[in-house]
Design a protein around this ligand. Structure first.
Ligand SMILES: Cc1ncc(COP(=O)(O)O)c(C=O)c1O
Length: 351
C-alpha cells in the first residue's frame, strides 16, 4: 500500500461487511436485515420528499428526525443525535473520546467494526473475552479506557446483559460507556434497553439503528441518546449534513409508526423460536437469542464447509473466520418460509 498513508491505515485490513450478492435469488440470512418491508408511511414520506426540492441541502441538525425520536422514546430532542447509520455514530464517538494510543475496551467476540474504528483512530483495541455464558467479563471495567463499548444484545452471540449490570459497569468504567443497542427491539424481555438510564448516568451513550427492527438498512439512519452535554459535544464532530433529505423523512416516518415495527419484531421473535428449535433438533448448540439472528455452534467442528454448501444451494448465512467462531454459523431470522428452507437444506448437510 502507498507510503502516503498513515502507518496505522497501511497496517489495517479494513472492515469486511457481509456479502451483498448481485443476483437476487439467494435466501439472504447473512447481514441481519429485516425480512419484512418498512411501514407504508415511510414510502409516503419518501414520495413527498422527492417532490420537495432536492436542490437544497438538508436541515443540518435533522431536527424533524430528532423530534420524532424524542417523542418515540420519551426523551428531549437535546438528548438525541442522528447519524448516517449507527456506524457513523460509532465513528463520531471514537473521534470524540479517544486519542491515538489510548485504549478502547469491549468484550469479544463482538461487532467487528469496533476493531476497525479503533485502528483508524490509531488507538489500542482491548478485547476482553466474554465468559462461556456471554455475561459481562469481570475485567471489563478495569481497563482504564476512555471508551468502553458494550454491544447489547451482543452480536454475534445474540445474548443479552440485564440492566443492573449495565448500571454497575457505567459506574465503574474510567470513561464513556457506549451501549450499542442495534438489536434491542428483538429482545425477548421487556425493559431491556438502557435508554432511560441516560438521565442518571452522565457517561452513558445509547446507540440505536433503524436498519434492523424498522427495516431501513438501505436508508442509513442511526440514533445516539445521551445527556444534552454529550450530545452537544458530539454534534461538533459529525459532518455538517450527515443525513440526506430522504433519510430524514424516512426515519421520521418510521419512528411515527412504532406499531408497525413492533408487529414485525414480534413476527421475527416467533420465527426465531422456530429456527432455534430446528437447529437444536439438528444437533446445533444454540445461544439464547435476543436479536434477529441466532448463533449456532457445533463444538470444535469447522463450519466453513457447511456455510459454503449452503451458499452453493443459494442460502447465505454468516461464517466468521475468527478465533472462537469457526465452529459457529450466524443465521439471520428470516420469514417462516425462509427458516423452513434453511432447516431443510441444513438437515442434508453434515458438519
Ligand atoms: C452491533 C451493531 N451495531 C451497529 C450496526 C450498524 O448499524 P447501521 O446500519 O445503523 O450502521 C450493526 C450492523 O450490522 C451491528 O450489528
Amino acid at each position: 500500500m502507498s507510503h502516503y498513508f498513515r502507518s496505522n491505515i497501511r497496517a489495517m485490513s479494513g472492515y469486511a461487511p457481509g456479502e451483498q450478492p448481485r443476483d437476487g435469488d439467494f435466501i439472504k440470512l447473512n447481514t441481519n436485515e429485516n425480512p419484512y418491508p418498512p411501514s407504508p408511511k415511510v414510502y409516503a414520506a419518501l414520495r413527498q420528499s422527492i417532490a420537495a426540492s432536492l436542490r437544497l441541502y438538508p436541515p443540518p441538525m435533522s431536527e424533524s428526525l430528532c423530534a420524532a425520536a424524542a417523542a418515540a422514546y420519551g426523551v428531549k430532542a437535546e438528548n438525541v443525535l442522528a447519524g448516517n447509520g449507527s456506524d457513523e455514530l460509532l465513528a463520531i464517538v471514537m473521534r470524540c473520546f479517544v486519542d491515538a494510543g489510548q485504549r478502547v475496551a469491549y468484550p469479544v467476540p463482538t461487532y467487528s467494526l469496533y476493531d476497525t474504528l479503533v485502528e483508524i483512530q490509531a488507538a489500542v483495541p482491548v478485547g476482553v473475552p466474554f465468559p462461556e455464558d456471554f455475561s459481562v467479563p469481570e475485567q471489563l471495567a478495569r481497563q482504564d479506557a476512555p471508551l468502553t463499548i458494550l454491544c447489547n444484545p451482543n452480536a454475534p452471540s445474540g445474548t443479552l446483559v440485564a440492566l443492573p449490570k449495565i448500571v454497575e459497569l457505567a459506574r465503574s468504567v474510567a470513561g464513556i460507556l457506549v451501549v450499542d443497542e442495534a438489536y434491542v427491539d428483538f429482545a425477548a424481555s421487556e425493559g431491556a434497553s438502557a435508554l432511560p438510564l441516560i438521565y442518571q448516568l452522565p457517561n452513558l451513550i445509547v446507540l440505536r439503528t433503524l436498519s434492523k427492527s424498522f427495516s431501513l438498512a438501505g436508508m442509513r439512519v442511526g440514533l445516539a441518546f445521551a445527556s444534552a452535554e454529550l450530545i452537544a459535544g458530539m454534534n461538533k464532530v459529525r459532518d455538517s449534513y450527515n443525513l440526506d433529505r430522504l433519510s430524514i423523512a424516512a426515519g421520521s416516518a418510521a419512528l411515527g409508526d412504532m406499531a408497525w415495527m413492533q408487529r414485525n419484531a414480534a413476527r421475527i421473535q416467533r420465527s426465531r423460536q422456530q429456527l432455534a428449535a430446528g437447529l437444536k433438533r439438528l444437533g446445533y448448540q444454540v445461544y439464547p437469542s435476543h436479536t434477529n439472528f441466532i448463533l449456532a455452534r457445533q463444538r470444535d467442528k469447522n463450519l466453513q464447509p457447511v456455510y459454503e454448501e449452503l451458499k452453493r444451494r443459494k442460502i447465505l448465512v454468516r461464517y466468521f473466520d475468527a478465533p472462537g467462531l469457526r465452529d459457529c454459523l450466524r443465521i439471520t431470522v428470516g420469514t417462516p418460509k425462509e427458516v423452513r428452507a434453511l432447516l431443510t437444506e441444513l438437515a442434508t448437510i453434515s458438519a
